[in-house]
Write a protein of this length. Sequence first.
Length: 368
Amino acid sequence: MKKLCVLLAVLLCLSGVSFAMEEEKTPFSKRSMMLDGTVEPGNTVAVMAPFGGVLLDTSISAGDIVRTGDVIHTIKTAKVYAPCDGTVGAVGLRAGDDVVKAQERYSALMYIEPSSPFVISTTTAKALGGPENDIIHVGETVYLRSTETFKRTGVGFITLVDGKSYSVEVTDGNLILDEYVNIYRSAEYKRATCIGSGTTKRNANVAITAADGAVYRVHVEQGDTVKRGDLLLELVTGTISIQEIPENEIKATVNGVVASVDVTAGETVTKNQLLSTLYPFDDFQVAVLISEFDLPYVGIGDTVRIELTGVWEYSSLRGTVADVSGLNTAKATNDADDTAAAYTVYIDFPRNDDIRQGMNVHVFFNEK
């Protein structure tokens, strides 16, 4: 009888071991559950100023939808215009050059050889007529005639007045260098309109300079003929690469939604300053808060079903659990125990331009 009892005890122990081993082999069963979530941006794209200047235009606002290639900002360049008619000479510049270094090397960014070949510097000391001829006006047209021969004449205008001293730029005629001429207000060279006399000298080349910055574009070449007011150069503040000159029209590089605009039109910006931030459509994710007690039922790589509550044509999408936050996000709202910690589950899903940030969704885990 005692042997029989021992045998039964051994059998019971063996059956218990067998049951335990069988229980260890049983896979963990993930229960089905439905949680609420929202569509949230994943990564962001920062739009930076490629160079410094005045922001000419910002054509977007927060919440706007943008497409790749849309112009979203425009930075105004500093433009340099020809101060006189003439011929462009000594251009040693190219886009990307630092203007300070260029001027140290050439003493100027470029030179304009004026179309007016001669200039006369004189005073009213030898003016004839009445006292009215002692008063000279900048921009006044005057008429010139050689004292050596009346056959050589010219036309000019007054460019500078300093008390009784003034300068005349010769714009037309057949005068020659170093010729002594009388200057008249009358095209008939009436003696009473003579306001002085002087010698023709070669007109100096006009130096084109700038305080600082970088050359953005050069619009002329050496030997080009320009008119007063023609565009010569565009400059920007800061530095730019000689190898890759950025456009002053800044375009969106992604399809997405504008998260923020950090500048306003008319504002002066510097290189690499943040202009705006975009949320790419391709990086949208579904974010779901999950209780710490439900975490065992969610794994990275799990397939889930997503219902977008407000977009019926996308009422059932398949998504994949991409990540689970490692930090307590907030108190769980989907658990009966309101003291439970909550963590954010991030879910990748097929994106579409109709799906917007903040949309509400239902997410179904472990559907049978």
